[in-house]
Structures are given as C-alpha cells and as structure tokens.
Write a protein that binds this ligand. Structure first.
Ligand code: SAH
Ligand code: F3S
Length: 477
C-alpha cells in the first residue's frame, strides 16, 4: 500500500537535481512518508546547497547520507531501520561518511537514535533544519550532533526550496506546519509540534516564482490546511489576544485560496489535507468560484462510527461529516473525495466496522488510504486505551474495506468515461513509453497516446473511453 500521494516507487527514492557547479560535497537524501517530508527535503537540500553540497543519486559517492523519516505507523519506522542497516559497509569503507536521520523518527526517538544505531551521527527534528550547518561542523569534528527542538514559529518561509526529483510541472508549497488536533492515535502532534501558519506574502511569492519557472500545478500543504490563519504575525494560539484590527484583517484558508487563485490564474491549484471538523463551506465555494482550483478534496474520516470518532478525538460526528460531503457535492457537482481510514482502532466492534463500510458507500470516494491501527508510543491512545483488536480481525476488516473501496473506485472511474477531461501532462506512463500520464481536475490518473507537438506541462483535452479500477484510458481530442 502506498503512502499518501507519494508514488509507491518514490518512497525512499534518492532525489537529485542540477545544483551549484562549484559545490564539491555530495548529499544523498532519501525521503519517506508524507508529502510534507518530501517538501521538507527540498528545504534541507536548499540549506545544504549553501554549504557546498550537491545532491547525488549514487549512495557510494556520498559524503553525507540523510534519511527524512516517518513515524506514522510502526512499519514506516521499520523500513527506515532496515535502510539504515544497509549503510553499515559503506561507513566501514569510508569512515568520514556522515549518516543523519531527519524528520519524525528523529523527533520521536531523539538521543535514543544515537544510542541504538551506532551508525547514526546526526539527528535533526523537523523544525531544526536551519541548524544543519552548525550540526555538520560538529560531526566533521567527529562528534555526534543532535537538534530536536520544536518551534512555535519556524515556517522556513524565506527559504527557496531546491525542487528535487520532480517533473518540473507539479510542486508542493507548504502553508502550515505542525498540528494542534490531538487525534488520540496520532504521533504527528508530538513529532511536528504546534501548529503555525506561513506568511501569505511568502506563499504567493513562491507560487508566482513556480509559475515563472514553468510549473503548472501546485499543492498547498499542511497537516490541517483548514486551520490556516494569518493575522499579521504570531501563532494561531495567540489569536485570542489579537487586536480588533488584526481580527478584521486575518486571512483564513479559503481567503488564502482566493488570493493564490488570483495571483497565479493559470496555475492548477490543489491542497492537502483538509480536516472535517474545521473545513468550511467557503472552501467549496472557492473551488466553485475559481476555474484553476481543482474539484477534489482529500477528507480523511478514519471511521464511520460515532463511538470510534469520539475515542479518536476527531471532534465531529458521522452525520456532520456526511453533511459536509453533501454540501460539497451541492456546491461543486463535479467534486471528488478521497479518504483515510484506520481499521481496528481500540474497541472497534463489528457494528463499528459496518458503519465504516456504510459511510464509504454513502460518500462514494474516488479512492482512499486504508491502514490497520498501529499503536504509537506516547500517544493518548497508547496511554489510555487498549490496542485490543486481534491482528487477524484487523486484517480481515482491512481487506473488506479495501475491497469495497476498489468497487467504489471502479464505479467512480466509470463515471468519468464517455466525456472530455482537461488533463495536465505530468510524465510518461510507466507501462508504455508511447503514452502520457496526467490527472484530471478530480485527481483521477489518465493515460493516453502521445501525439506530435504535445509536451510535459501541457493541459490537453482528453476523451475518456475506458477505465481500470484506478486509471482512465483516453485519447486526445
Ligand atoms: N493531518 C494529516 C494526518 C497525517 S497522518 C493528514 O490528514 O494528512 C495521515 C494518516 O495516517 C491519517 O489520516 C491516518 O489515517 C493515518 N494514521 C495516523 N496515525 C495512525 C496510526 N497510529 N495507525 C494507523 N494509521 C494512522
Ligand atoms: Fe494527526 Fe489528527 Fe493532526 S490525524 S496530524 S492529529 S489532524
């Protein structure tokens, strides 16, 4: 199963790009997990670019190996541990090689990492990347180095990310960092700290720069984009002390969308992730208002059962979620939704599970990201609840949920057949080099034969004549 939105075959892929010709040191940088990590890696590459490092895809020639890690489930952490063990021989052959761990595992395990993994020299949490130059001085002197201090302000707003390994067409733009939600199962609030929003001016500037560099689609990123709030400085938690003037001029997520859509009128705009308890109707209105905002919302729900939603501290009911979906479909008739589900959370009964299946049928998601519950140390669920659903029951329920999503996806894809779609050409199809792949506004992947004169980054009109479970098959009109 793939991690969210990041191509399965990109997980852990080392990414490289043309950088400063006079840089002599080589950085091998791999990212795991969510889009935010891939985006953060671009900030890290940018910071290290200034320090004499260019990226490489050849681990053998690296002076510095960095893994940007994920803690969301136990399996994600195991993957990183396994990857680290593969560097042992390299380090033996080249003692000057520095191996560092970035991101959520660094934050969660802190000095434990240095104790447990002899191989690791450097541990850096998601808010401490600006300190990398200093930390590398320490490792150059032969000492282990660590900075896992979380910040209430850091947004890296002024750092121009080095666009790594992309297609030159689609890019991520971070708008908020951290999360204050405290869903009981989730490790993110502990690894990524308090929520903070980025200055809208720097966001707009980055979007404009991307357009000028030839990018055609951006995804605005946050753990929880709906809680974006900018009122002229200071974290959201201080908003209660804001002045009258600051209150009146504060910028919300839907207003930010409006601003971005106007600033880059031909850029396709996507965003992720929305949170049902904070998302407003206004976001749907912005999708309807602007041609360039895509008709697609990723709206994680985790469970269709009210009892589970309470235990998970999701702060909305099943009905509220369904009402929001209904509003979305009313305001944007062409809208598509995708989901995240956690299967087999503490105390989940067969009835709760049926509620999840029935909610999925009601919403008719285009696709989803479904995983068994994985208990994470230190989370409220770990402290107060029992991970009591046997592994085989979790597996069976997960299989049922995945099978149903397969059915729904197929049905949704069939609904796109027989008409034209605007598709952004994002690359060559993996299966057939004579075909392009791209996505329609609803985020459905579409493949079609290449025609003379078509190129990466073009938006083309495609007549869709068929589909598989997850892909549309079409031809240029
Ligand atoms: N706000 C972020 C959440 C990041 S976690 C976002 O919505 O993108 C991404 C997904 O991982 C969550 O929506 C949830 O479905 C899943 N997840 C989080 N913690 C988990 C756990 N302990 N076990 C299994 N899945 C989990
Ligand atoms: Fe995690 Fe819930 Fe935030 S899933 S990232 S605590 S919205």
């Amino acid at each position: 199963m793939q991690e969210k939105y990041i191509d399965e075959n990109k997980q852990g892929e080392a990414i490289a790009t043309a950088e400063r010709p006079d840089n002599s040191k080589k950085l091998f940088l791999e990212s795991y997990g969510c889009q935010m990590n891939f985006s953060d890696s671009e900030i890290v590459a940018s910071i290290l670019n200034e320090q004499g490092y260019n990226t490489t895809q050849n681990v053998e020639e690296a002076d510095l190996i960095l893994l940007n890690t994920c803690s969301i489930r136990e399996k994600a952490e195991q993957t990183v541990r396994m990857r680290l063990s593969q560097f042992k021989n390299l380090k033996k052959d080249k003692p000057s090689l520095t191996v560092g761990v970035l991101g959520c595992m660094a934050e969660r395990l802190k000095t434990k990492f240095l104790e447990e993994e002899q191989l690791v020299d450097l541990v850096v949490g998601p808010d401490a990347y600006r300190d990398l130059p200093n930390l590398l001085k320490e490792t150059d002197d032969g000492r282990d180095a660590i900075n896992v201090i979380l910040s209430k302000e850091e947004t890296y707003a002024d750092i121009n990310p080095v666009r790594l390994g992309g297609n030159g067409v689609t890019a991520f733009v971070t708008i908020t960092r951290g999360c204050d939600n405290m869903c009981t199962f989730c490790v993110v609030p502990f690894t990524r700290g308090r929520e903070r929003s980025r200055d809208p001016h720097s966001i707009i500037e980055e979007c404009k720069n991307l357009w000028e560099s030839g990018y055609k689609e951006i995804t605005l990123l946050g753990q929880n984009v709906d809680s974006y709030l900018w009122y002229g400085g200071g974290p959201k938690k201080d908003f209660k002390n804001a002045t009258e003037m600051q209150r009146l001029t504060a910028i919300t997520f839907s207003q930010l969308l409006d601003m971005v859509a106007v600033a880059v009128p031909k850029m396709r705009i996507r965003f992720s992730t929305n949170n049902p308890h904070e998302m407003t109707e206004e976001v749907f209105r912005m999708i309807a208002k602007h041609e360039n905002i895509c008709n697609y919302v990723h709206l994680p729900v985790q469970s269709g059962s009210d009892a589970m939603l309470v235990k998970m501290n999701r702060q909305h009911t099943r009905q509220e979620y369904l009402d929001l979906i209904k509003k979305g479909k009313e305001i944007v008739p062409e809208i598509s939704f995708s989901q995240d589900m956690i299967i087999g959370f503490c105390g989940e009964t067969e009835e709760d599970h049926q509620q999840t299946l029935s909610l999925m049928r009601e919403v008719e998601y285009d696709y989803g990201y479904m995983f068994s519950y994985s208990e994470r140390p230190g989370t409220p669920a770990h402290k107060k609840m029992e991970d009591d659903i046997p592994a085989d029951v979790k597996q069976r329920r997960l299989a049922e949920v995945i099978a149903l999503q397969g059915e729904l996806s197929r049905k949704r894809m069939m609904g796109y057949v027989g008409r034209n779609h605007e598709v952004l050409i994002e690359g060559t199809s993996r299966k057939n080099e004579n075909q392009w792949k791209g996505r329609n506004s609803q985020n459905a992947v579409c493949v079609f034969d290449k025609l003379e004169g078509q190129k990466l980054g073009d938006i083309v009109t495609i007549f869709v004549h068929g589909n598989t479970q997850g892909t549309l098959l079409g031809e240029t009109v």
